[in-house]
Design a protein around this ligand. Structure first.
Ligand code: NDP
Ligand code: MG
Length: 383
Protein backbone atom coordinates (compact mmCIF):
# COMPACT_ATOMS: atom_id res chain seq x y z
CA UNK A 1 0.00 0.00 0.00
CA UNK A 2 1.40 3.39 -0.97
CA UNK A 3 -0.06 6.35 0.85
CA UNK A 4 -0.45 9.28 -1.54
CA UNK A 5 -0.88 13.04 -1.25
CA UNK A 6 -2.00 14.93 -4.37
CA UNK A 7 -1.18 18.62 -4.61
CA UNK A 8 -3.66 19.96 -7.17
CA UNK A 9 -6.23 17.14 -7.10
CA UNK A 10 -8.86 19.24 -8.93
CA UNK A 11 -6.76 19.76 -12.07
CA UNK A 12 -6.27 17.70 -15.22
CA UNK A 13 -3.44 15.59 -13.76
CA UNK A 14 -5.04 15.51 -10.29
CA UNK A 15 -8.39 14.16 -11.47
CA UNK A 16 -6.71 11.53 -13.66
CA UNK A 17 -4.52 10.50 -10.73
CA UNK A 18 -7.69 9.98 -8.69
CA UNK A 19 -9.01 7.70 -11.44
CA UNK A 20 -5.80 5.68 -11.20
CA UNK A 21 -6.10 5.45 -7.42
CA UNK A 22 -9.76 4.49 -7.63
CA UNK A 23 -8.95 1.70 -10.09
CA UNK A 24 -6.19 0.33 -7.82
CA UNK A 25 -7.52 0.34 -4.26
CA UNK A 26 -5.24 -2.57 -3.33
CA UNK A 27 -2.15 -0.48 -4.18
CA UNK A 28 -2.95 3.08 -3.13
CA UNK A 29 -4.46 4.91 -0.22
CA UNK A 30 -5.30 8.60 -0.60
CA UNK A 31 -4.12 10.66 2.39
CA UNK A 32 -4.28 14.29 1.26
CA UNK A 33 -5.84 16.30 -1.56
CA UNK A 34 -5.49 20.02 -2.23
CA UNK A 35 -6.96 22.68 -4.53
CA UNK A 36 -6.60 26.39 -5.13
CA UNK A 37 -10.17 27.66 -5.56
CA UNK A 38 -12.36 24.82 -6.84
CA UNK A 39 -13.97 24.13 -3.45
CA UNK A 40 -16.96 22.27 -4.91
CA UNK A 41 -14.83 19.65 -6.65
CA UNK A 42 -12.48 19.36 -3.67
CA UNK A 43 -15.47 18.65 -1.41
CA UNK A 44 -16.88 16.07 -3.84
CA UNK A 45 -13.48 14.35 -4.05
CA UNK A 46 -13.14 14.35 -0.26
CA UNK A 47 -16.58 12.76 0.16
CA UNK A 48 -15.79 10.12 -2.45
CA UNK A 49 -12.26 9.21 -1.31
CA UNK A 50 -12.30 10.04 2.42
CA UNK A 51 -8.69 11.25 2.71
CA UNK A 52 -7.22 12.20 6.10
CA UNK A 53 -6.87 15.85 5.18
CA UNK A 54 -7.78 18.42 2.54
CA UNK A 55 -6.30 21.86 1.90
CA UNK A 56 -7.93 24.72 0.04
CA UNK A 57 -5.27 27.31 -0.83
CA UNK A 58 -7.73 30.22 -0.89
CA UNK A 59 -8.41 31.01 2.76
CA UNK A 60 -11.74 32.71 2.05
CA UNK A 61 -13.10 29.30 0.98
CA UNK A 62 -12.16 27.54 4.23
CA UNK A 63 -15.62 27.80 5.79
CA UNK A 64 -17.37 26.38 2.75
CA UNK A 65 -15.11 23.31 2.74
CA UNK A 66 -15.18 22.91 6.53
CA UNK A 67 -19.00 23.12 6.64
CA UNK A 68 -19.41 20.53 3.91
CA UNK A 69 -17.03 18.08 5.59
CA UNK A 70 -17.88 18.69 9.25
CA UNK A 71 -19.54 15.30 9.71
CA UNK A 72 -16.60 13.45 8.17
CA UNK A 73 -13.40 12.40 9.86
CA UNK A 74 -11.38 14.69 7.54
CA UNK A 75 -9.13 17.53 8.64
CA UNK A 76 -9.65 20.76 6.71
CA UNK A 77 -6.93 23.38 6.32
CA UNK A 78 -6.58 26.55 4.25
CA UNK A 79 -3.79 28.74 2.94
CA UNK A 80 -0.42 28.30 1.30
CA UNK A 81 1.36 27.58 4.58
CA UNK A 82 -0.99 24.65 5.17
CA UNK A 83 -0.14 23.37 1.69
CA UNK A 84 3.51 23.23 2.76
CA UNK A 85 2.99 21.61 6.17
CA UNK A 86 0.42 19.04 5.08
CA UNK A 87 2.96 17.27 2.84
CA UNK A 88 5.10 16.62 5.95
CA UNK A 89 2.43 14.45 7.60
CA UNK A 90 3.78 11.15 8.86
CA UNK A 91 1.36 8.89 7.03
CA UNK A 92 2.35 10.00 3.50
CA UNK A 93 4.77 7.93 1.39
CA UNK A 94 4.57 9.82 -1.90
CA UNK A 95 3.56 13.33 -2.96
CA UNK A 96 2.20 13.86 -6.48
CA UNK A 97 2.97 17.48 -7.35
CA UNK A 98 0.16 18.30 -9.79
CA UNK A 99 -0.14 22.01 -9.04
CA UNK A 100 0.59 24.38 -11.86
CA UNK A 101 3.45 26.87 -11.92
CA UNK A 102 5.97 28.37 -9.50
CA UNK A 103 3.50 27.88 -6.61
CA UNK A 104 4.60 24.24 -6.54
CA UNK A 105 8.20 25.03 -5.61
CA UNK A 106 7.95 25.48 -1.86
CA UNK A 107 5.58 22.56 -1.15
CA UNK A 108 7.90 20.33 -3.20
CA UNK A 109 10.93 21.48 -1.20
CA UNK A 110 9.09 20.82 2.05
CA UNK A 111 7.99 17.35 0.91
CA UNK A 112 11.56 16.44 -0.07
CA UNK A 113 12.91 17.70 3.25
CA UNK A 114 10.34 15.49 5.00
CA UNK A 115 11.71 12.51 3.04
CA UNK A 116 8.61 11.93 0.89
CA UNK A 117 9.05 10.33 -2.53
CA UNK A 118 7.98 12.71 -5.29
CA UNK A 119 5.89 11.98 -8.38
CA UNK A 120 6.58 15.15 -10.30
CA UNK A 121 4.08 16.64 -12.74
CA UNK A 122 4.80 20.25 -11.77
CA UNK A 123 7.66 20.76 -14.24
CA UNK A 124 7.98 24.47 -13.42
CA UNK A 125 9.59 23.49 -10.11
CA UNK A 126 12.54 21.83 -11.87
CA UNK A 127 12.76 24.63 -14.44
CA UNK A 128 13.00 27.30 -11.74
CA UNK A 129 15.31 25.51 -9.32
CA UNK A 130 16.47 22.24 -10.86
CA UNK A 131 19.87 22.25 -9.22
CA UNK A 132 18.54 23.05 -5.77
CA UNK A 133 15.75 20.45 -6.01
CA UNK A 134 17.93 17.62 -7.31
CA UNK A 135 20.66 18.28 -4.73
CA UNK A 136 18.06 18.38 -1.97
CA UNK A 137 16.50 15.14 -3.18
CA UNK A 138 19.89 13.43 -3.21
CA UNK A 139 20.69 14.69 0.29
CA UNK A 140 17.40 13.35 1.66
CA UNK A 141 17.43 10.06 -0.24
CA UNK A 142 14.30 11.04 -2.16
CA UNK A 143 13.54 9.77 -5.66
CA UNK A 144 11.78 12.01 -8.15
CA UNK A 145 9.56 9.96 -10.47
CA UNK A 146 8.56 11.79 -13.67
CA UNK A 147 4.87 12.10 -14.56
CA UNK A 148 5.37 14.20 -17.70
CA UNK A 149 4.78 11.71 -20.55
CA UNK A 150 8.09 12.40 -22.34
CA UNK A 151 10.13 12.04 -19.16
CA UNK A 152 8.19 8.97 -18.13
CA UNK A 153 9.05 7.50 -21.54
CA UNK A 154 12.74 8.16 -20.97
CA UNK A 155 12.56 6.78 -17.45
CA UNK A 156 10.88 3.64 -18.82
CA UNK A 157 13.57 3.30 -21.52
CA UNK A 158 16.23 3.50 -18.79
CA UNK A 159 14.82 0.60 -16.78
CA UNK A 160 17.59 -1.98 -16.57
CA UNK A 161 20.06 0.48 -18.17
CA UNK A 162 21.13 2.56 -15.20
CA UNK A 163 24.78 1.47 -15.56
CA UNK A 164 24.81 2.42 -19.26
CA UNK A 165 25.64 6.06 -20.04
CA UNK A 166 23.14 8.00 -22.15
CA UNK A 167 24.52 9.44 -25.39
CA UNK A 168 21.50 11.65 -25.94
CA UNK A 169 17.76 11.81 -25.48
CA UNK A 170 15.15 12.88 -28.01
CA UNK A 171 12.02 14.51 -26.65
CA UNK A 172 9.04 14.29 -28.96
CA UNK A 173 6.70 17.27 -29.38
CA UNK A 174 3.28 17.20 -31.01
CA UNK A 175 3.91 20.65 -32.48
CA UNK A 176 0.58 21.83 -31.04
CA UNK A 177 -2.37 23.33 -32.92
CA UNK A 178 -0.20 25.84 -34.86
CA UNK A 179 2.38 23.48 -36.35
CA UNK A 180 3.44 24.73 -39.77
CA UNK A 181 2.08 28.26 -39.29
CA UNK A 182 4.15 31.32 -40.18
CA UNK A 183 4.89 34.14 -37.72
CA UNK A 184 2.50 36.36 -39.65
CA UNK A 185 -0.30 33.79 -39.22
CA UNK A 186 0.50 33.40 -35.52
CA UNK A 187 0.07 37.13 -34.95
CA UNK A 188 -3.70 36.75 -35.27
CA UNK A 189 -4.44 33.42 -33.61
CA UNK A 190 -7.04 33.50 -30.84
CA UNK A 191 -7.15 32.12 -27.34
CA UNK A 192 -9.87 29.64 -28.39
CA UNK A 193 -7.66 28.30 -31.21
CA UNK A 194 -4.65 28.03 -28.91
CA UNK A 195 -6.66 26.11 -26.32
CA UNK A 196 -7.54 23.36 -28.85
CA UNK A 197 -4.70 20.87 -28.50
CA UNK A 198 -4.80 18.17 -31.19
CA UNK A 199 -3.88 15.19 -28.94
CA UNK A 200 -4.01 16.01 -25.22
CA UNK A 201 -6.71 17.42 -22.95
CA UNK A 202 -4.82 19.43 -20.31
CA UNK A 203 -5.05 22.49 -18.04
CA UNK A 204 -5.15 25.92 -19.72
CA UNK A 205 -1.58 26.99 -18.91
CA UNK A 206 0.17 23.91 -20.30
CA UNK A 207 -2.13 23.95 -23.35
CA UNK A 208 -1.00 27.47 -24.24
CA UNK A 209 2.60 26.44 -23.51
CA UNK A 210 2.14 23.55 -25.96
CA UNK A 211 0.83 25.89 -28.66
CA UNK A 212 3.88 28.17 -28.29
CA UNK A 213 6.38 25.27 -27.86
CA UNK A 214 7.23 26.80 -24.48
CA UNK A 215 6.13 23.49 -22.98
CA UNK A 216 8.85 21.68 -24.90
CA UNK A 217 11.38 24.29 -23.76
CA UNK A 218 10.36 23.73 -20.14
CA UNK A 219 10.61 19.97 -20.73
CA UNK A 220 14.15 20.26 -22.11
CA UNK A 221 15.21 21.93 -18.86
CA UNK A 222 13.16 19.45 -16.82
CA UNK A 223 14.96 16.56 -18.56
CA UNK A 224 18.39 18.07 -17.89
CA UNK A 225 17.80 17.89 -14.14
CA UNK A 226 15.80 14.64 -13.99
CA UNK A 227 18.41 12.66 -15.91
CA UNK A 228 21.59 14.63 -15.11
CA UNK A 229 22.29 15.51 -18.76
CA UNK A 230 24.55 18.04 -20.45
CA UNK A 231 22.66 20.61 -22.51
CA UNK A 232 23.87 19.28 -25.85
CA UNK A 233 22.51 15.80 -25.04
CA UNK A 234 18.88 16.96 -25.29
CA UNK A 235 17.17 17.08 -28.69
CA UNK A 236 13.61 17.78 -29.74
CA UNK A 237 11.77 16.28 -32.70
CA UNK A 238 8.22 17.11 -33.75
CA UNK A 239 5.98 14.04 -33.95
CA UNK A 240 2.39 15.16 -34.55
CA UNK A 241 0.72 11.83 -33.67
CA UNK A 242 2.05 11.78 -30.05
CA UNK A 243 2.49 7.99 -30.09
CA UNK A 244 6.28 7.79 -29.63
CA UNK A 245 6.55 9.54 -26.26
CA UNK A 246 10.36 10.03 -26.35
CA UNK A 247 13.62 8.17 -26.98
CA UNK A 248 17.01 7.43 -25.44
CA UNK A 249 20.14 6.81 -27.49
CA UNK A 250 22.92 4.81 -25.82
CA UNK A 251 26.66 4.85 -26.50
CA UNK A 252 26.47 1.85 -28.85
CA UNK A 253 24.14 3.88 -31.10
CA UNK A 254 21.06 1.89 -30.13
CA UNK A 255 17.82 3.83 -29.60
CA UNK A 256 15.01 2.87 -27.24
CA UNK A 257 11.58 4.46 -27.49
CA UNK A 258 8.41 4.13 -25.46
CA UNK A 259 5.09 4.13 -27.33
CA UNK A 260 1.44 4.27 -26.42
CA UNK A 261 -1.76 6.18 -26.96
CA UNK A 262 -1.68 9.74 -25.58
CA UNK A 263 -3.25 9.10 -22.17
CA UNK A 264 -1.75 10.72 -19.08
CA UNK A 265 -3.15 7.97 -16.86
CA UNK A 266 -0.33 5.71 -18.12
CA UNK A 267 2.62 7.86 -16.95
CA UNK A 268 0.75 8.84 -13.77
CA UNK A 269 0.20 5.16 -12.96
CA UNK A 270 3.81 4.27 -13.75
CA UNK A 271 5.09 6.99 -11.39
CA UNK A 272 2.71 6.08 -8.57
CA UNK A 273 3.17 2.34 -8.98
CA UNK A 274 6.93 2.23 -9.68
CA UNK A 275 8.63 -0.24 -9.92
CA UNK A 276 5.50 -2.21 -10.79
CA UNK A 277 3.39 -1.98 -13.92
CA UNK A 278 -0.18 -2.20 -12.74
CA UNK A 279 -2.75 -3.98 -14.88
CA UNK A 280 -5.11 -1.58 -16.67
CA UNK A 281 -7.90 -1.73 -19.22
CA UNK A 282 -7.15 1.61 -20.91
CA UNK A 283 -7.55 1.52 -24.72
CA UNK A 284 -4.64 -0.20 -26.48
CA UNK A 285 -2.56 1.21 -29.35
CA UNK A 286 -2.84 -0.40 -32.79
CA UNK A 287 -0.51 0.32 -35.72
CA UNK A 288 -3.55 -0.19 -37.99
CA UNK A 289 -5.09 3.00 -36.53
CA UNK A 290 -1.80 4.89 -37.11
CA UNK A 291 -0.37 3.67 -40.42
CA UNK A 292 1.94 6.70 -40.50
CA UNK A 293 4.11 8.01 -37.71
CA UNK A 294 5.91 11.14 -38.89
CA UNK A 295 8.82 13.22 -37.58
CA UNK A 296 10.10 16.71 -38.44
CA UNK A 297 12.40 19.47 -37.19
CA UNK A 298 10.93 22.00 -34.78
CA UNK A 299 10.69 25.52 -36.25
CA UNK A 300 12.77 27.47 -33.74
CA UNK A 301 12.56 30.73 -35.67
CA UNK A 302 8.77 30.92 -35.68
CA UNK A 303 8.31 29.32 -32.27
CA UNK A 304 10.90 31.45 -30.48
CA UNK A 305 10.06 30.22 -26.98
CA UNK A 306 11.79 26.90 -27.52
CA UNK A 307 14.97 28.70 -28.59
CA UNK A 308 14.67 31.08 -25.61
CA UNK A 309 14.43 28.07 -23.29
CA UNK A 310 17.57 26.53 -24.81
CA UNK A 311 19.35 29.88 -24.37
CA UNK A 312 18.21 30.22 -20.75
CA UNK A 313 19.38 26.70 -19.98
CA UNK A 314 22.74 27.47 -21.61
CA UNK A 315 23.24 30.58 -19.45
CA UNK A 316 22.01 28.71 -16.39
CA UNK A 317 21.83 30.33 -12.95
CA UNK A 318 18.54 32.16 -12.45
CA UNK A 319 17.83 32.50 -16.22
CA UNK A 320 15.32 29.60 -16.35
CA UNK A 321 13.60 31.10 -13.29
CA UNK A 322 13.24 34.44 -15.13
CA UNK A 323 11.98 32.60 -18.21
CA UNK A 324 9.37 30.73 -16.18
CA UNK A 325 8.08 33.75 -14.26
CA UNK A 326 7.82 35.89 -17.40
CA UNK A 327 6.04 33.03 -19.15
CA UNK A 328 3.51 32.57 -16.35
CA UNK A 329 2.62 36.27 -16.54
CA UNK A 330 2.55 36.25 -20.35
CA UNK A 331 0.32 33.16 -20.57
CA UNK A 332 -2.07 34.55 -18.00
CA UNK A 333 -2.28 37.85 -19.93
CA UNK A 334 -2.86 35.98 -23.21
CA UNK A 335 -5.65 33.97 -21.54
CA UNK A 336 -7.24 37.28 -20.49
CA UNK A 337 -7.01 38.62 -24.07
CA UNK A 338 -4.65 41.37 -22.93
CA UNK A 339 -1.85 40.48 -25.35
CA UNK A 340 -1.44 38.63 -28.66
CA UNK A 341 0.17 35.23 -29.16
CA UNK A 342 3.53 36.51 -30.40
CA UNK A 343 3.78 39.12 -27.66
CA UNK A 344 4.34 36.27 -25.21
CA UNK A 345 7.80 35.69 -26.72
CA UNK A 346 8.51 39.45 -26.73
CA UNK A 347 7.82 39.56 -22.99
CA UNK A 348 10.09 36.58 -22.31
CA UNK A 349 12.89 38.13 -24.32
CA UNK A 350 12.67 41.52 -22.61
CA UNK A 351 12.53 40.00 -19.10
CA UNK A 352 15.54 37.75 -19.79
CA UNK A 353 17.46 40.88 -20.80
CA UNK A 354 16.20 43.08 -17.95
CA UNK A 355 16.35 41.02 -14.74
CA UNK A 356 19.78 40.76 -13.09
CA UNK A 357 21.70 37.52 -13.74
CA UNK A 358 22.76 35.40 -10.76
CA UNK A 359 25.15 32.53 -11.54
CA UNK A 360 24.63 30.52 -8.34
CA UNK A 361 21.23 31.41 -6.91
CA UNK A 362 20.12 30.45 -3.41
CA UNK A 363 16.46 29.74 -2.59
CA UNK A 364 16.02 33.40 -1.59
CA UNK A 365 17.54 34.49 -4.91
CA UNK A 366 14.93 32.41 -6.75
CA UNK A 367 12.15 34.06 -4.73
CA UNK A 368 13.54 37.54 -5.55
CA UNK A 369 14.11 36.65 -9.21
CA UNK A 370 10.58 35.33 -9.58
CA UNK A 371 9.16 38.52 -8.07
CA UNK A 372 11.35 40.82 -10.21
CA UNK A 373 10.63 38.95 -13.43
CA UNK A 374 6.88 39.02 -12.76
CA UNK A 375 7.06 42.77 -12.12
CA UNK A 376 9.07 43.31 -15.32
CA UNK A 377 6.59 41.25 -17.34
CA UNK A 378 3.63 43.08 -15.81
CA UNK A 379 4.94 46.44 -17.03
CA UNK A 380 4.13 45.14 -20.53
CA UNK A 381 0.93 43.20 -19.85
CA UNK A 382 -0.66 45.88 -17.63
CA UNK A 383 0.01 48.74 -20.03
P1 NDP B 1 -4.65 22.38 -14.10
O1 NDP B 1 -4.73 23.82 -14.31
O2 NDP B 1 -5.66 21.49 -14.74
O3 NDP B 1 -4.70 22.06 -12.52
C1 NDP B 1 -3.88 22.75 -11.62
C2 NDP B 1 -4.16 22.29 -10.21
O4 NDP B 1 -3.34 23.06 -9.30
C3 NDP B 1 -5.59 22.50 -9.75
O5 NDP B 1 -5.91 21.52 -8.78
C4 NDP B 1 -5.53 23.89 -9.12
O6 NDP B 1 -6.58 24.11 -8.18
C5 NDP B 1 -4.18 23.83 -8.44
N1 NDP B 1 -3.54 25.14 -8.29
C6 NDP B 1 -3.36 26.06 -9.26
N2 NDP B 1 -2.71 27.15 -8.78
C7 NDP B 1 -2.48 26.90 -7.47
C8 NDP B 1 -1.89 27.65 -6.42
N3 NDP B 1 -1.39 28.86 -6.62
N4 NDP B 1 -1.84 27.10 -5.19
C9 NDP B 1 -2.35 25.86 -4.97
N5 NDP B 1 -2.93 25.11 -5.92
C10 NDP B 1 -3.00 25.61 -7.16
O7 NDP B 1 -3.18 21.94 -14.50
P2 NDP B 1 -2.68 20.54 -15.09
O8 NDP B 1 -3.22 19.43 -14.30
O9 NDP B 1 -2.84 20.53 -16.56
O10 NDP B 1 -1.11 20.66 -14.83
C11 NDP B 1 -0.53 20.51 -13.55
C12 NDP B 1 0.97 20.41 -13.69
O11 NDP B 1 1.27 19.20 -14.39
C13 NDP B 1 1.59 21.55 -14.50
O12 NDP B 1 2.84 21.88 -13.96
C14 NDP B 1 1.75 20.95 -15.88
O13 NDP B 1 2.81 21.52 -16.59
C15 NDP B 1 2.03 19.49 -15.56
N6 NDP B 1 1.67 18.55 -16.61
C16 NDP B 1 0.37 18.45 -17.02
C17 NDP B 1 0.01 17.58 -18.02
C18 NDP B 1 -1.42 17.39 -18.41
O14 NDP B 1 -1.73 16.51 -19.21
N7 NDP B 1 -2.35 18.17 -17.90
C19 NDP B 1 1.02 16.75 -18.73
C20 NDP B 1 2.35 16.93 -18.20
C21 NDP B 1 2.65 17.80 -17.20
P3 NDP B 1 -8.03 24.72 -8.69
O15 NDP B 1 -8.64 23.64 -9.54
O16 NDP B 1 -8.75 24.93 -7.43
O17 NDP B 1 -7.73 25.96 -9.45
MG1 MG C 1 4.92 16.53 -21.65
Amino acid sequence: MKRIAILGSTGSIGTQALEVIKANPEHFELEVITAHSNADLLIAQALAFKPNAVVIAREDLYEQVQDALQHENIKVYAGTNALCSVVEMGDIDMVLTAMVGYAGLLPTIRAIKAGKQIALANKETLVVAGQLITELARAHGVNIYPVDSEHSAIFQCLAGEFHNPIEKIILTASGGPFRGRTAEELRHVTKAQALKHPNWDMGAKITIDSASLMNKGLEVIEAKWLFGLRNEQIEVVVHPQSIVHSLVQFEDGSLKAQLGLPDMKLPIQYALGYPNRLKSDYPRFSFMDYPQLTFEQPDLKTFRNLQLAYDAMEKGGNMPCILNAANEVAVSAFLKDKIGFLQMSDILESCLAKVAYIAHPSYDDYVDTDREARAAAATVTDK
